[in-house]
Ligand binder design. Structure first.
Ligand SMILES: [Zn+2]
Length: 396
């Protein structure tokens, strides 16, 4: 069984330090490389799907969250406000309010809808120190978030599109959804009181789930405070279930922020907000990837994609040149020089690297490489550039 906390330390992906604080992991170069590849995948998938990216600040005035409803419904998960002169600012508990404000920063026309606004940005949750550990319960969260502002009759298509992106991403990442959950409100004051709003949003989500033939289960008390959601659940190595991806329908925040667009009739109309996260939090996604793959990441995600092993010091200059060539082509490549041990021990140390290239006298003389994939087979010798391009092509 793979515990991401143990593997993360062994593989030098991330760590924590009591001086920085509980629930505040830092990323080491190999972990940062995985995270970077994942974030680039998401940004590119979003770009292809018609999203535009923004950056918004990690702080906001208390008033922003009073308007959004977080202050009333979500404050127990928020850090205490900071006094700054006459005002109070808050580490944001979500990105939605910032995006709503960006939407209303100028007049909008129906022609701009659906307007898909994405951001991979930090948000903060005041987790108690007792439940913190590894990457799954953290206080600073990098969220793959997006908000789609659209007409009511566009919501179903947007929800379908988001579910399609989630499905594609899971395929590329080599992970499986444990189940789809329709998360509904429960009892108590955590949820916005507006039965009609809940009924309409719920009906839209159910419609898409039923049409898509997705099997799902309902869960009371798991909704966002402002609306119901479809959660894509994964299971960790200890059998614990967690939400990775989510799609939510929200009528509440558009009203709170008085969002509007001008319709073909020249009148003001209220858009709906669809909140969605394809891989959810980057921390939790990487934790799940570590556990699923046991550190043997798919090539496009691997911290090092090619390990170059010269047989002896005589091949060292050619090996260094090959690493440079690979880096220039866009690969993550490293040298395992003879001073790091016998060839056998260097191969063992690099067993999780997707491709190895051993350089002996023959390879040096001919400039040809026989790549050895992690899977055990041996590819025929080919010109170095062709071999490197083969690795580059091993992406989703
Ligand atoms: Zn949101």
């Amino acid at each position: 069984m793979n515990d991401h906390r143990k593997l993360g330390r062994e593989l030098r992906l991330f760590d924590t330090d009591p001086l920085i604080g509980a629930g505040l992991p830092y990323w080491l170069p190999d972990g940062a490389a995985v995270r970077h590849a994942l974030e680039e995948y998401v940004r590119e998938a979003e770009r292809r799907a018609g999203y535009r990216h923004v950056y918004s600040p990690v702080l906001g005035k208390r008033e922003l969250y009073e308007i959004s409803g977080h202050w009333e419904h979500y404050s127990e998960d928020m850090f205490p406000p900071m006094d700054l002169g006459a005002e109070q600012v808050v580490l944001r508990p979500s990105l939605c309010p910032h995006h709503a404000v960006i939407f209303r920063s100028r007049g909008r026309s129906y022609r701009e809808l659906p307007l898909r606004m994405a951001e991979l940005g930090p948000m903060f949750r005041a987790e108690l120190s007792g439940v913190l550990g590894g990457l799954t319960r953290v206080r600073s969260i990098q969220l793959n978030d997006a908000h789609i502002f659209c007409r009511l009759d566009q919501v179903a298509d947007e929800v379908r599109g988001a579910l399609g992106m989630i499905r594609d991403a899971y395929r590329a990442l080599g992970i499986d959804a444990a189940r789809y959950r329709l998360s509904l409100p429960g009892e108590g004051g955590k949820y916005v009181k507006d039965p009609e709003l809940w009924r309409r949003a719920n009906a839209l989500l159910v419609e898409v789930l039923e049409e898509s033939g997705i099997r799902y289960e309902q869960a009371d008390g798991e909704a966002a405070f402002y609306g119901p959601k479809i959660d894509v659940q994964v299971v960790d190595s200890a059998g614990r279930e967690a939400t990775l991806s989510t799609v939510q329908v929200d009528f509440h925040q558009p009203a709170r922020f008085d969002l509007s667009y001008i319709g073909p009739d020249g009148q003001r109309h209220r858009p709906v907000m669809v909140h969605r996260a394809v891989i959810g939090s980057v921390e939790r996604a990487v934790a799940h990837l570590i556990e699923t793959h046991g550190g043997a990441f798919p090539t496009w995600l691997a911290p090092v994609q090619l390990l170059v092993l010269p047989l002896s010091d005589a091949q060292l200059p050619d090996a260094e040149a090959l690493v440079s060539q690979a880096l220039a082509l866009g690969l993550r490549a490293e040298l395992a020089a003879p001073d790091q041990g016998t060839l056998g021990s260097r191969v063992r140390a690099g067993r999780l690297v997707p491709y190895r290239a051993v350089l002996g006298p023959a390879e040096s003389a001919t400039g040809r490489l026989a790549l050895r994939p992690r899977t055990g087979e041996q590819l025929p010798p080919e010109p170095a550039e062709a071999a490197l391009r083969r690795i580059l092509a091993d992406v989703p």
